[in-house]
Design a protein. Structure first.
Length: 313
């Protein structure tokens, strides 16, 4: 369930004119930016962007970039992008960082086959290179095999389960993951080709056989980037709500808030299932997510995130 509160009817032209007015004068009227953009769904935001360009011959996103700053600007920028384009930007930034490969895993594991294909198209259009090309050029070894396999995957989306396959592949993963031996290529093959329904059956069978979750002993101080990526893929596929809850929890509890992670989850899930993630957060931490966000952020950035959480007018 979404947390975004958007009107059923709105005037893109009136919104565009109100935003232009907010940019005029000494200093930007950030409250107007938040009230308008923080209460518009993706279709409405694209209508506003089109109307703004038609009326003022200017790209609204570029104007927002010049008017806003810091974490607030980054959050609004990512919010204004269409979902596939946003994920393409997130993937590119992750690859350039040389360390945030979990974001590539997250995007490719949570999206439907059609959504992932749209991200690859958006990436190609924006950067004039394929996503898999850039993934391959920034990684090596088993990590490269896994990430390329995930970003190019087009999974079956039906509910059929092969119980015998779940049994055999649970054992393959036991050797490749828990014991950190056996064929890593087989682990890559399983994680990047099987349907999510089949994989969840395999993970459940693993738990039944070994009396522990498949991720329980996957990570330790000696874990490399491949094992970390494998861990993330399994967690996202198995239960993406629990995964996102942990991302948010880690973002706000660390010494110095991880604004990038917090922004990524709130902006990308506000129109999908952020309410469910918020409920999971409360169940896990006995603290409302909006209270944690309000405590760990400030200024316009805080008000924008709370608006997307459906907690401010």
């Amino acid at each position: 369930m979404a947390t975004l509160i958007a009107p059923s009817n709105h005037s893109p032209q009136a919104d565009a004119e109100a935003l232009q007015k907010a940019f005029k004068g000494f200093g930007t009227d950030e409250k107007t930016v938040i009230v308008i953009l923080g209460h518009r769904n993706v279709y409405q935001r694209q209508q506003i962007r089109k109307a703004y360009e038609e009326i003022f011959q200017e790209d609204l996103i570029k104007r927002l970039e010049s008017e806003l700053k810091g974490d607030f600007e980054r959050a609004v920028y990512r919010w204004m992008l269409e979902p596939a384009d946003r994920d393409a930007v997130l993937a590119n930034v992750a690859l350039k960082s040389g360390k945030n490969y979990h974001i590539i895993v997250e995007i490719s594991s949570v999206l439907s086959p059609e959504e992932l294909l749209a991200v690859r198209r958006a990436y190609l259009n924006r950067y004039k290179r394929s996503l898999e090309e850039d993934v391959a050029s920034h990684t090596s070894g088993h990590l490269r095999q896994l990430l390329v396999g995930l970003v190019t995957s087009y999974r079956y989306t039906g509910n059929e389960i092969n119980a015998r396959l779940a049994q055999s592949e649970a054992e393959i993963l036991h050797e490749a993951v828990k014991e950190k031996k056996g064929s890593q290529e087989e682990a890559v093959r399983i994680l990047s080709t099987r349907s999510k329904t089949q994989l969840i059956a395999t993970f459940n069978r693993y738990r039944e056989i070994h009396a522990t979750s498949i991720t329980k002993k996957l990570l330790d101080e000696a874990s490399d980037d491949f094992q970390k990526a494998l861990y993330t893929a399994i967690r996202v596929i198995n239960d993406h709500v629990k995964y996102y809850e942990k991302v948010v929890r880690d973002a706000v509890k660390r010494l110095g808030t991880d604004e990038d992670a917090l922004t990524r989850v709130i902006v990308s899930r506000a129109e999908i299932d952020l309410k469910i993630i918020s409920e999971a957060y409360y169940k896990r931490n006995s603290v409302l997510l909006e209270h944690a966000v309000a405590k760990e952020t400030s200024g316009d950035y805080k008000h924008f995130l709370l608006t997307l959480l459906g907690k401010e007018d």
